[in-house]
Design a protein around this ligand. Sequence first.
Ligand code: ADP
Ligand code: MG
Length: 718
Amino acid sequence: MLNPLSFISKIFKSNNDIELSKFKKIIEKINSLENDVAKIKDSDFPNKTDELKNKIQSGKTLDEILPEAFAYVREASHRSRNERHFDVQLLGGIALHQGKIAEMKTGEGKTITIALAAYLNALSGKGVHVVTVNDYLAKRDCENMSKIYNFLGLSAGYINNDQSDDERRENYLKNITYATNSELGFDYLKDNMKYSSNKLVQRDHSFAIVDEIDSCLIDEARTPLVISGQSDETSNQYKAINKLVTKLKPSDYELDEKDKNVTLTNEGINTIEKLLSNIGILKNNNFYDPANLNLVHHVNQALKANHLFSKDKDYVEVDGKIKIVDELTGRILEGRRYGDGLHQALEAKENLKVQMENQTLASITYQNYFKLYKKLAGCTGTAVTESQEFYEIYNLNVVVIPTNKEMIRKDWNDQIFRTEKEKQDAIISKVKMLNSKGQPLLIFTSSVDKSEIYSGLFKKNKIPHTVLNAKNHEKEAEIIANAGKLNSVIITTSISGRGVDIKLGGKDSDNLKDNKERIKKLGGLFVIGTERMESRRVDNQARGRAGRQGDEGNSIFYVSLEDDLMRIFGSESINKILEKLGLKDGESIDHPWINKALERAQQKVEARNFDIRKTLLKFDDVLNDQRHVIFNQRREVLEKQNVFETIDNFLKDEIEDLIKQREKSPSFFENKAHTNRVNTLFGEKDNLDERFKSLSDKEITNSINSNFKKRERKEVLI
Ligand code: ADP
Ligand code: MG
């Protein structure tokens, strides 16, 4: 048998190897238990689980019982699902248990790896959350892994968007709960808006294992979770301002695509002043006069809406509503709205009904939500390129787990062209050529918009294909599962079908074995990138769809100087290289230098996006302190039998502080804030000044207390 651990005996070169070598002893221990565990009767496994729980009760640590627990899970998986954990999967399980990120390539079996750490940690009685990229996967993984958990006497549940609070509560009470990051985050926020403790759905935040952790904590971390309600204020100026802004000439504003910024030039300020005073809404003849603050804000948002946000790229229009599209993943962010009036500005731009202005009732970033957990871990095929961010923001280390079988995929050099058109032509002829042999193709585009452009081109060239853009996860999973079939051509965005296994020959074809052999001979699944994406990680995700579990596979990226990445970030250095290499019109070129230069351009984008996320986090950190205090106080009140006790404490603090302030400052009443406070506490308005001065400390205390008792009774009566 192949020994996947043989790498450990080699000379250690990196920290990663040192880390893995520490795991080796544990693996040996787990393996040594296998023969005995194999003798246990099926029906006895729940008792073994109870024994482990008792061991924890009597003071054993999770680390101490890990080998035994993992040995049970492996056996349970083998018997209930006919999948015996590979040693490398045990390595991954240890990394997860230790609160690290296990980088395991696509197809290496992260789902059953997670089950190892989930089972072990659930033994402590606290709920384990397994975080998936979409609802479909939460359900699928929960149902598949339940066979293992139930075999061992534990329970698992999943959260889906359409569930009621009662269903949610029930599923959160299970030993292990599968859910997406947004369901978890929203349930947390909603729980903190509830009025009684029996309405809460979540219990503690003990341990979260995040599958596809980069998608969850990096790609999605640019937009915070927001619960909003309609505010009383609304503005009818969006449409009027939008009309004016569309009249501006290019010289009226300056566009900075790199920093996503657009500002008025001096000329533009003059123009807008004229336009605004024409319709009679400019005050004091000066755009920047404080009285026009609202106008300035509206104009700025309208400028952004018109010049930085494109339909079908940044947002789509569905049923008369603007929906945000995650630029990187092409996924629609359901229910989310841009803040600060930008969403309204977009509605005005598209001439839709401008929705009421929203007021944020509760919000949290994913960064701060996931920091609530006492322990956090995760896995993905692509973590190393972002290891700095994982460490800085989440204090997570990455451990690279070797593949079970050697990876033999061929990653070809990028093909670079001068123009988009030449690039597209080349892609079409490559696709035609490969498709005529029957080789399955997966074509990656950077946005929903682009996926449709390529679909149009394929149609024109009579290439039968399917387009996926993360609109229906379940249906797309079914399609992606068959992406390895003969003649398959699928155009997709990067997030579509993530987490779905692609088997060569397809999932359910009649003569699977023959087809598989034929496709292996053709070179396996061929991944074609239609441009370099915003990060190396996203490219690697795309490549990773091919060559799973030692399969044959190919990947190649096509690039043109007109691609966004090149235009905005990379063209200068690349132009120099191209001159050196001598790229002529109508020709393409590939050279390792170009791959390097492209990666440098991507690193610039990655760094910029990291900065955006850091800034978001910096603002949210301030809120986070307040959120902690308020949510904790709320929780206390909710969970207390006697709420008045808490109120009395508040009041006592307040009175003590008042008395202290009075002693400290003789000019107490000159401060309006203090007068208001005293008035509120006494519930009176007149002559407090004099009376307050002459009262003794004791009299103040009694007077306020009796005043509050009176009011309490009154309010209860109401
Ligand atoms: P990943 O999430 O790492 O991409 P999955 O968990 O989806 O991988 O697993 C990929 C495929 O490999 C699935 O079909 C799964 O059933 C199979 N698989 C994983 N581990 C094993 C194993 N130890 N033995 C047999 N099949 C396995
Ligand atoms: Mg997976």
